[in-house]
Ligand binder design. Sequence first.
Ligand SMILES: NC(=O)c1ccc[n+]([C@@H]2O[C@H](COP(=O)([O-])OP(=O)(O)OC[C@H]3O[C@@H](n4cnc5c(N)ncnc54)[C@H](OP(=O)(O)O)[C@@H]3O)[C@@H](O)[C@H]2O)c1
Length: 397
Amino acid sequence: MKVALIGFGNIGKGVEELIFKNHKKINELTNRDISVKTVLINNKGKKRDPFNKNIVFTDDFNLILDDEEIETIIEITATEDEAFYYIKDAFNSGKNVITANKAVVAKYFEELLYLSKKYKVKFLYEASVGGGVHIIKSILEDLPFNNIKSISGILNGTCNFILSEMTKNNTEFVNSLKKAQELGFAEPDPTSDITGIDTLRKLRILSSIIFSKKVSLDKIFLFGIDKINASDIKILKDEGYKLKLLGEGKRQEDKFYSYVMPVAIREDSVFYNIDGATNIISYCGDNIKDVSFVGEGAGRYPTSDSILRDLLDIANENAIEVYAHDNKELVLSNEDIKSRFYLRIPKDFYDFDDKFIDKKFETRENIHLFTEKIYLSKILDLFSKVDRQDYFLAKIE
Ligand SMILES: NC(=O)c1ccc[n+]([C@@H]2O[C@H](COP(=O)([O-])OP(=O)(O)OC[C@H]3O[C@@H](n4cnc5c(N)ncnc54)[C@H](OP(=O)(O)O)[C@@H]3O)[C@@H](O)[C@H]2O)c1
């Protein structure tokens, strides 16, 4: 089987290397001679140094679409709409597609599932969530026999690294972010990580799979860690909590919830000792009960490894598809999330009914609260008067 790549960046190079170096093993496992034939890139002038010197680099997608030898295309650009059109055209030309691109999967999941079925090709996207944590296949295997009632995870290594640093060294957010960038755990532009958008995209994919319905990106509640400061971490730590940015999807009776927000957890939580850039994803099914997957959520080789597994599944005709996915949008009840919360509010805006307060602390400019159980919607009402820059919230587990 000949394969084409779209993109030859960090992940593209890793995929090419692994396919080349594992050629014999892949052959034994699939009974097929698999190699990369063509790579589509953006900038034809850039010097490329693939392991397989026969690879053709092109900026003409038709060279791939018209090549009947190419059965599978691996899409690993960091684009969104462009990636969608590449994948759509690939399906239309009868090619299977593997992608690691969470942005395109999150935005177009249902369309992509529909089109792959329409054109009777395979569409796999294991690496779009959790890098080397092989979570999607596991869920798809569990789903037919399990009502999965919840999924929860630390889905972004950058945020987890920053929060771990702040907790361990009592550092400010900006210093911890800078360290993450110096060590290569954060991009030069970390916006999508720290605002929670990266976690949101992954949760959108996972929630849609476990609930077998469309869970729209803009319906998921989102609160990132970009407005956190050292006082939040310190006060939570003094009360015995660690803070993690979690993506969670839950089904309780006939209500569904899906949210990304900082969650304060205690030592008994399975997430407590997951520090640094490590990811964890846990879900709970009625037969299997609680299962957790821990590992490298990003990086060249973990991500390329996931792509390689997808490739093997396609070659062996083992690809598992989503189970009975309904394209209709799932109605979420996030306004009904009822929990204890940690809040930081500027003193000038403090206007909170004392009956909801469990503990209260003051720093120079802010009031810090631990609430009793209260609806998230009530807190958001309170915050509607405050500039987004100036407050912080975390759910307390
Ligand atoms: N990095 C990770 O750890 C990781 C983990 C999980 C998932 N992913 C996902 O994997 C994908 C690739 O990530 P990456 O880190 O490898 O990105 P990257 O290093 O920025 O590489 C992107 C590649 O895509 C090519 N490209 C960009 N626009 C293109 C276009 N319109 N047509 C054709 N090729 C185009 C670029 O071409 P040029 O070389 O010509 O510039 C480059 O080779 C992303 O969607 C990312 O979310 C990454």
